[in-house]
Design a protein around this ligand. Structure first.
Ligand SMILES: Nc1ncnc2c1ncn2[C@@H]1O[C@H](COP(=O)(O)OP(=O)(O)OP(=O)(O)O)[C@@H](O)[C@H]1O
Ligand SMILES: O=P(O)(O)OC[C@H]1O[C@](O)(CO)[C@@H](O)[C@@H]1O
Ligand SMILES: [Mg+2]
Length: 593
């Protein structure tokens, strides 16, 4: 194991399994440990300019293999600041003449009290000697008056805000916002925006605010819109965007850029980015899109390009983990009220009236749960995370009969992904997939309508009036409401600040009410799902009085099986007490392409 002390600006060392570099700068003292796999002689310069471990490789150096950097890295501020320990285990490829297929590893910084920073990549991690510029916002009268407008390099946001006295400080994310120094000259920036996956209220607002944020805050004039999702990079024309073009688009649903599923061809996309001279890529989309963005980032890094890749998470289903909620979710829940109201009016106007509303939610029942809680007219909410059964004691039919006898009518809300296992038992499984590889669901609304009708007419000989309302596409095709518009603006501006500051490979997201930069792997590693043994679902059960469809035995089994960290979003901000931290069954994550 060799250990080498680096000079402040540059350092040289012979590669060995573990190399260590100490670095002093004006404001920080950094101590990096490197794990290296390659046997070539390597040279680095180390800089603290952005407050992160900046490891730079001279382009003249030839590498045959990737090497890991910053493993066990310690960051310590020089004066009066707390010591931060950093454990950084990243494959570092830079602009190697012989590119390695290795992908970057998480940049993790640890500190006292169990502090963990899950940091995001930075362009200076793999490009040497990048020039920096003072942030043009310093001269902008709107911002220069705001005290502490610029985010301090050490600001991070905790993932969990409810902690116990002796508990660890836990995972943190880098706080989003403008930095004093930027890594792009305004005239040099050539940005592009793409929207992928299904629609969601607020897409146009995000597009608008990226364009306006770049233009008005940073004086960036060159922004391209990519037409029709990922394939638009190589198979379609582009459109020039400026504040005039996007001025009114937030009042419209959908995306002015168009969207699509499938068509992610990494090398064609990165070729297109390179050929067009694009250096900031803003990618708006769901879990699949963020996986695609991550692959694009890796390829860009592998080619050593000075291109920032910023994701903005979009999901009507709210199935993206870590973030508090996705933009458009509020709007969707609000719009769902109209369908539920209609179902209620229909149901209460007929004898034994049943209003059935199907809402979106492929694997996550958040829209159904929140729409139910908001409405108070719903007697039963069925979601993918909570298995249910139809016949027998404690089953759905028994409950429907009881409610009809008590109240004369009832309203059921069902998420599209609920009960899919029952459908595939009774119908021939189709196993069809969409262009992105997502499983196509069978229509649970139609199926359950028929089952309910059959049961009451054939088995109970009881006349019922069932009205089935399917507003699924209506709730996602509308423009975002006021609060989502504000949220979209903050997400877009955070993404712009992050890209200008040289961060890359990140998703801009709200964590505990604060804007953060989250590494892609955190966003794509699992799905956010309703935790059915948590308080929010209990609140729903006590609001509807529906059966839980779980026997005590199931609950115990769930607890044993689910003793891992729950998803965070919308459930008391993920700060549930340990004894209730039980997730529903994990749905194996598909790997669509
Ligand atoms: N693992 C992956 N690697 C590369 N690209 C991917 C991957 N998964 C999905 N994509 C691409 O991302 C785009 C969007 O994916 P998808 O259709 O799954 O929607 P999404 O982003 O998850 O949005 P939503 O599900 O909310 O509608 C598609 O163009 C798809 O090809
Ligand atoms: O737009 P498509 O391809 O019909 O897909 C619909 C799916 O998209 C979503 O809106 C988001 O993933 C799901 O709720 C729904 O299952
Ligand atoms: Mg998805």
């Amino acid at each position: 194991m060799d250990s080498v002390l680096a000079s402040p600006s540059t350092s040289s060392f012979s590669s060995s399994p573990l190399n260590k570099i100490n670095h002093f700068s004006t404001d920080c003292f950094y101590n990096y440990n490197f794990i290296s796999n390659n046997t070539n002689t390597s040279r680095f310069s180390v800089s603290s300019s952005s407050g992160i471990c900046n490891l730079r490789k001279f382009s003249s150096v030839k590498f045959d293999y990737g090497y890991r950097y910053g493993c066990g890295c310690r960051l310590r501020k020089r004066s009066g600041c707390s010591k931060i320990e950093s454990k950084n285990t990243g494959d570092f490829m830079g602009s190697s003449p012989s590119p390695s297929p290795a992908i970057s590893q998480p940049k993790v910084v640890t500190g006292p009290g169990g502090y963990i920073l899950e940091d995001v990549p930075h362009l200076s991690d793999y490009i040497a000697d990048l020039p920096t510029y003072s942030n043009p916002l310093q001269n902008n009268p709107a911002y220069s008056v705001v005290k502490q407008y610029f985010v301090h390099v050490d600001d991070t946001v905790p993932q969990k805000i409810v902690v116990h006295k002796d508990g660890p400080r836990g995972i943190h994310f880098r706080r989003a916002g403008p930095r004093q120094k930027v890594y792009f000259d305004s005239d040099e920036v050539h940005a592009c925006i793409v929207t992928c996956g299904g629609l969601c209220p607020g897409l146009n607002t995000v597009i608008r605010e990226i364009v306006c944020g770049l233009y008005h805050m940073y004086g960036v004039k060159k922004v391209l819109g990519i037409d029709g999702g990922y394939r638009g990079f190589y198979a379609k024309n582009t459109v020039q965007l400026n504040p005039k073009v996007v001025n009114d688009i937030h009042k419209r649903g959908g995306t002015i850029l168009g969207t699509s599923r499938g068509g992610h061809d990494t090398s064609k996309i990165v070729d297109s980015i390179q050929d067009r001279g694009i250096n900031q890529v803003y990618i708006i989309g769901g879990d699949g899109t963020q996986r695609g963005a991550s692959v694009i980032f890796e390829e860009i890094r592998r080619r050593g390009l000075k291109v920032s890749v910023a994701g903005i998470p979009k999901t009507i289903d709210n199935d993206i983990p870590v973030i508090d909620r996705s933009f458009g979710f509020d709007t969707a829940v609000e719009e769902a009220q109209r369908a539920i109201n209609a179902a209620h009016v229909e149901a209460e106007s007929f004898e034994n009236g049943i209003g059935l509303v199907k809402l979106m939610g492929r694997y996550s029942g958040f829209i159904a749960m929140y729409a139910t809680l908001a409405s108070r007219d719903v007697d039963c909410c069925l979601i993918p995370e909570s298995p249910f059964f139809l016949e027998g004691p404690g089953g759905l039919f028994e409950y429907i009969e009881k409610r009809l006898k008590e109240n004369g009518h009832m309203v059921i809300v069902i998420a599209e992904g609920a009960g899919q296992e029952l459908l595939s038992e009774s119908m021939q499984s189709m196993q069809q997939k969409d262009a992105s590889g997502n499983k196509l669901l069978q229509d649970v609304g139609l199926w359950i309508s028929q089952k309910i009708k059959d049961f009451f007419s054939k088995k109970r000989k009881m006349p019922i009036n069932l009205k089935y309302i399917d507003p699924t596409y209506m709730i996602r095709a509308i423009p975002s409401n006021a609060s989502d518009n504000v949220y979209c603006t903050l997400l877009a501006q955070s993404a712009v600040h992050g890209a200008m500051a040289g961060y890359t490979g990140f998703t801009s997201g709200l964590v505990n009410g604060r804007q953060t930069y989250i590494p892609f792997y955190r966003i794509t590693e699992k799905q956010n799902k309703v935790v059915i043994t948590d308080r929010m679902w209990a609140r729903l059960l006590s609001s509807t009085n529906q059966p839980s469809f779980l026997s005590p035995k199931d609950v115990i089994e769930e607890k044993i099986e689910g003793e891992k960290e729950p998803s965070n979003a919308l459930l008391d901000n993920g700060n549930c007490s340990q004894e209730t931290l039980v997730t529903s069954k994990e749905i194996p994550k598909e790997k669509p392409k």
